[in-house]
Design a protein around this ligand. Structure first.
Ligand SMILES: Cc1cc2nc3c(=O)[nH]c(=O)nc-3n(C[C@H](O)[C@H](O)[C@H](O)COP(=O)(O)OP(=O)(O)OC[C@H]3O[C@@H](n4cnc5c(N)ncnc54)[C@H](O)[C@@H]3O)c2cc1C
Length: 507
């Protein structure tokens, strides 16, 4: 009989699959249970009428040397199906100007100096902070610390240069940035909203510096769509003796003597476990534990404010009717006076024209997305279906209007339109209420770690620090994989402080 620990992973998102693969490599028996018929969750790619649409994520970062995905590839000896794109994306400002996010450092410096004269000292400081943040994240850095071993690991990760970050620990990007140009603020806010889930007045300076530095670190197209990253991990797990089971929605975690002992699925599968990794939000984990949820977790989900949802539009388009040159990713800010999100800031991604698997010949698959508050969607869905559909149509037009700014003639090119609301996201990703993107990164002192209050259950995915993005959840997964291998009495989780769960998602 195989005596290796059996680790069950609930959810085949990038976080769950990455942690699963690393644990398999470390000698665990690994079973991943996925509710859906394909992996990837918010970074999945779905097939519809000969198109492959990216469901949520479209920008693939973190693959340059030292980046999280590159480190996983090295550890697992796998190759990602990617190739770089430059420019990363183009930002369309409300005054009609565009700012191109070049990956090439010299081009980016020239671009920002031309677009925002006088802001160079800010960018220099930002790049210094980003270097520090990337350097810290290149070593095991278990933040927030939840055990004595975490504190020991953090202490070992600190270098003399790390101390330069100290004055900025509690600062926000807004406190560092010049304040006299509304277009510059709109630019920063839009970048931070998609990467830190909050805007410059609230985004932590260290976190925000790394987020704003993302284009410079390189962005890639993924062959077959971003879901091919998850497919790569599924194949690796299966080829190396692990299991990934689709159409198996975990419905309950069974407890015995204060530890998780087994799971039940909607297909009647019952599996015993030594460890469980929940690639879930805290709300979803609480639901699976029911009355066995530790009081700390139950309190957390009672007190936390809802996070953002997404409204998305998937378009199949005739490539001949679109502008024939230009980048594949655009971010459009429609009105600098109104809050971002809700169709006022829209991210637009076109599939790689060279990738024949994404669309029928001569066509391209597009994903458009905007941040949206979840509550109004659910109120209408439960109270007035007609009004829900009218809101969906209104948001569809808002996104198309915004996208037309970047891609004139877009409407005439559309052959297929599919909208996605938080209701859709809940159905396809099983994330309660369709809350996506993790928690806003406002304060490092409020960061959430992987502990759940049950010693053999951990969270993995974008609810734990450093939060959203395939690169972010990969860093979190590396931490959790390490943690699961090291559980000893000395490392039993304890909280150094309670995260303050009230983090309003105002932007
Ligand atoms: C609109 C949008 C745009 C984004 N753009 C980008 C981008 O451009 N670049 C980027 O890097 N990131 C982007 N992100 C963020 C990124 O997609 C996510 O942060 C990341 O993919 C989350 O990964 P995760 O590991 O938390 O898992 P999730 O994506 O949440 O996946 C969890 C998986 O678990 C499964 N599951 C849930 N409950 C159960 C259960 N009970 N039983 C079995 N299975 C279950 C789900 O079906 C799902 O497959 C975007 C997100 C959205 C929504």
């Amino acid at each position: 009989m195989n005596k290796s620990p059996h680790t069950l992973i609930i959810g085949a998102g990038i976080g769950g699959l990455t942690a699963g693969a690393l644990l398999l490599k470390a000698g665990h028996r690994v079973t991943v249970l996925e509710a859906h018929v394909y992996p990837g969750g918010s970074a999945g790619t779905f097939y519809h009428k000969k198109y492959r649409f990216d469901a949520g994520a479209t920008l693939a970062g973190g693959f340059s040397p030292g980046g999280p995905h590159a480190r996983v590839a090295e550890a697992l000896e796998l190759t990602w199906p990617i190739h770089p794109v430059d420019p990363a994306w183009v930002v369309h400002l409300p005054d009609g100007r565009t700012v191109t996010q070049w990956t090439n450092p010299q081009q980016w410096q020239a671009e920002r100096q031309a677009a925002f004269p006088g802001t160079e000292p800010f960018w220099q400081k930002l790049e210094m902070l980003a270097e520090l943040a990337w350097d810290i994240s290149s070593r095991p850095f278990p933040w927030p610390p939840e055990s004595l071993h975490d504190i020991y690991t953090l202490a070992r990760a600190i270098r003399p240069s790390t101390l330069r970050a100290l004055p900025y620990l509690l600062r926000t990007i807004g406190s560092l940035a010049p304040n006299d140009d509304p277009m510059f603020r709109a630019f920063l806010d839009a970048q931070l909203l998609i990467s830190a889930q909050t805007t410059s007045q609230q985004a932590n300076a260290l976190y925000g510096s790394a987020a704003l530095d993302l284009p410079r670190r390189g962005v890639n197209h993924v062959r077959g769509g971003i879901g091919a990253l998850a497919d790569t991990l599924v194949n690796w797990i299966r080829q190396n003796g692990g299991e990934v089971l689709f159409r198996q929605q975990v419905t309950q975690i069974e407890m015995k003597n204060g530890r998780a002992a087994a799971i039940h699925t909607n297909k009647g599968l019952y599996l015993k476990a030594d460890n469980i990794l929940a690639n879930l939000t805290p709300w979803a984990l609480r639901d699976l534990l029911g009355e066995n949820a530790p009081s700390q977790l139950a309190r957390e989900v009672r007190q936390r404010e809802a996070t953002w949802g997404a409204f998305t539009l998937y378009l199949g388009v005739d490539a001949a009717k679109l502008p024939q040159t230009g980048p594949d990713h655009h971010q459009i800010i429609v009105d600098g006076e109104r809050p971002l999100g809700e169709g006022n800031s829209v991210f637009v991604s076109l599939s790689d024209p060279e990738d024949a698997s994404r669309a029928p010949a001569g066509h391209r698959a597009m994903t458009l997305s905007t941040h949206t508050e979840i509550a109004p969607w659910w109120q209408l869905r439960h109270g007035d279906k007609g009004a829900y559909h009218a809101r969906r149509d209104d948001y569809t037009q808002r996104l198309l209007n915004a996208a037309e700014i970047a891609l004139s003639g877009l409407r005439s090119a559309i052959q297929l339109t599919l909208p996605g609301t938080p209701v859709t996201f809940e159905f396809y990703t099983r994330r309660p209420s369709g809350m996506v993107g993790g928690f806003p990164q406002k304060s490092l002192l409020q960061a959430r770690g992987p502990a759940t209050g049950i010693e053999n259950v951990w969270l993995v995915g974008d609810s734990i620090f450093p939060g959203q993005s395939t690169a972010g959840v990969t860093l979190g997964a590396m931490r959790v994989a390490d943690l699961v291998q090291r559980v000893r009495w000395l490392e039993r989780p304890f909280r150094l402080w309670q995260p303050n769960p009230s983090q309003p998602n105002t932007a």
